[in-house]
Design a protein around this ligand. Structure first.
Ligand SMILES: Cc1ncc(COP(=O)(O)O)c(C=O)c1O
Length: 458
């Protein structure tokens, strides 16, 4: 039997990549310049979130590209069990040579989750080195995100992301209430009383576990992807620090998303009145020009290892990768040489002002919050009661689609309230954007929210 080719059109080509969404292939990002992403059809989209708060210098930055090309010509790879490299040493010097907050050494990895795994192991090993092997518990917070590898996922407190893998997650982790004022601060409760209640809860958690079994408390200074740019209330981190110090536990600050200038200071903790014992950074470190993250450790931790076993019990094949290091070093130099932290602060004020003008009285936006060029708006079905939309409506996905149709890439997500309910939109424009770009971002996200709401309410 012959089959007519005219009668059977060729099936649509199916991608061999396992995409996040297996029902729908994403558009192809073919290029980028400045704050613009360009798809395969040549359509330009304003990058209002740098992906997930990654592209802090936008796309195609000439000085970063030159540094990458030069490093690739010189040396692309050398295994860290045989060699160090000039570029990795230079990056470590750049990050901790001046010992910010007492952070004295950097462990260089390939992203945020690896940085978190390193931080957790480092905390554990520190206590082994100083003769406190019973310390094996980590206290984290609900509605936090620390990554998708199993240790990082166990530390995270997002019910929706943990659920399928719960049987694989270690029970060394427990979770306390997040410093999420819009949802957790009670009616009539002052900010001070809210902070005092959260400190009392952390203290109670130490007591429940046995205070000398806790190795560390881990938190994001400004919570990113799970709740949408939520800074802590005034005095929160110093209060948590007091509880940790009372019981001899370490403070790990996860700045994978909110660090490296995103909130207007190089480190978000600079605005909190505390310094961490261990810090993780990633996205704004390399700005997307290299796959790189880092775990920064205080002098006391490094000394304990140096004087003890003499080695960190950890390692990855691609750690301290020269190309990632070259990207990060160039990005950090550009941020410094071009005065971009100052720019983040001033553009951040404009972003906040415009978001409040646009959404301050919007019936379906309950909260506008953030810091620097890191802002979130929380979408609600009803502003007065703060009731979220039915999660089945997937408001976050509708807003993302509506924004893309209007030429804006932003970063909406669901599960904001409790891991299942709630929606927010995260904005994290590149530090190189202009006031005009900020106006366009707010205009387009405003139209996208209105269009998505109209879709489900009419
Ligand atoms: C605060 C925080 N920690 C850790 C991670 C994990 O980083 P990665 O996706 O690079 O593994 C993320 C990623 O979004 C993050 O936002």
């Amino acid at each position: 039997m012959t089959i007519s080719s005219a009668a059977s059109p060729a099936p649509a080509r199916r991608s061999r990549l396992l995409h996040r969404n297996l029902r729908e292939d994403p558009p192809v990002a073919a290029g980028g310049h400045g704050v613009w992403l360009v798809d395969a059809q040549g359509r330009e989209v304003l990058d209002g979130s740098g992906g997930a708060a990654v592209s802090c210098l936008g796309h195609g930055h000439p000085r970063v590209l030159a540094a990458l090309a030069s490093q690739a010509q010189k040396l692309a790879y050398a295994h860290t069990s045989f060699y160090t490299t000039e570029v990795a040493e230079a990056l470590a010097d750049d990050l901790v040579g001046h010992e910010p907050g007492g952070l004295a050494a950097a462990y260089l990895v390939c992203g945020g989750s690896e940085a978190i795994e390193t931080a957790l192991k480092l905390a554990r090993q520190y206590f082994l080195e100083i003769g406190q092997p019973q310390r094996a518990r980590i206290i984290a917070r609900r509605q936090s995100y620390h990554g998708n590898t199993l240790g990082a996922l166990a530390a995270g407190g997002h019910g929706g992301r943990r659920k399928a893998f719960a049987p694989l997650l270690a029970d060394a982790f427990s979770h306390v209430t997040p410093a999420y004022a819009y949802r957790e601060q009670r009616a009539g409760e002052s900010e001070r009383d809210f902070v005092a209640r959260l400190a009392a809860e952390l203290e109670a958690e130490f007591q429940r576990l046995g205070p000398d079994t806790v190795a560390a408390f881990i938190a994001e200074p400004v919570v990113g992807g799970t709740t949408g740019c939520v800074p802590a209330p005034e005095g929160y981190f110093p209060a948590m620090r007091v509880v940790c110090e009372r019981h001899g536990a370490l403070l790990i600050l996860d700045e994978v998303m909110c660090g490296m200038g995103r909130t207007g200071t190089l480190h978000a903790w600079e605005q909190e009145g505390v310094v961490p014992d261990i810090q993780t950074i990633a996205k704004g470190l390399g700005g997307g020009y290299g796959a790189i993250g880092a775990t920064l450790a205080s002098g006391k931790i490094v000394e304990a290892l140096r004087n003890g076993s003499g080695a960190l019990m950890h390692g990855h094949t691609y750690m301290a990768h020269p190309l990632g290091c070259a990207a990060a070093l160039a990005v950090q130099r550009v941020i410094r040489e071009d005065g971009l932290l100052e720019r983040v602060r001033s553009l951040g004020q404009l972003l906040e002002k415009r978001l409040i003008e646009r959404f301050g009285n919007h019936h379906h936006v309950g909260d506008v919050r953030g810091r620097g060029l890191f802002y979130g708006i929380e979408i609600v079905a009803d502003r007065a009661s703060k009731a979220p939309f039915d999660p089945a409506l997937k408001m976050h996905a509708r807003i993302k689609r509506a924004a893309l149709e209007r030429g804006l890439a932003c970063y909406p997500a669901g599960g904001t309230v409790d891991g299942v309910n709630g929606d927010h939109v995260l904005l994290a424009p590149p530090y190189i954007c202009t006031p005009r770009d900020i106006e366009m971002i707010v205009e387009r996200v405003g139209e996208a929210v209105d269009a998505a709401v109209k879709d489900v309410t009419h």
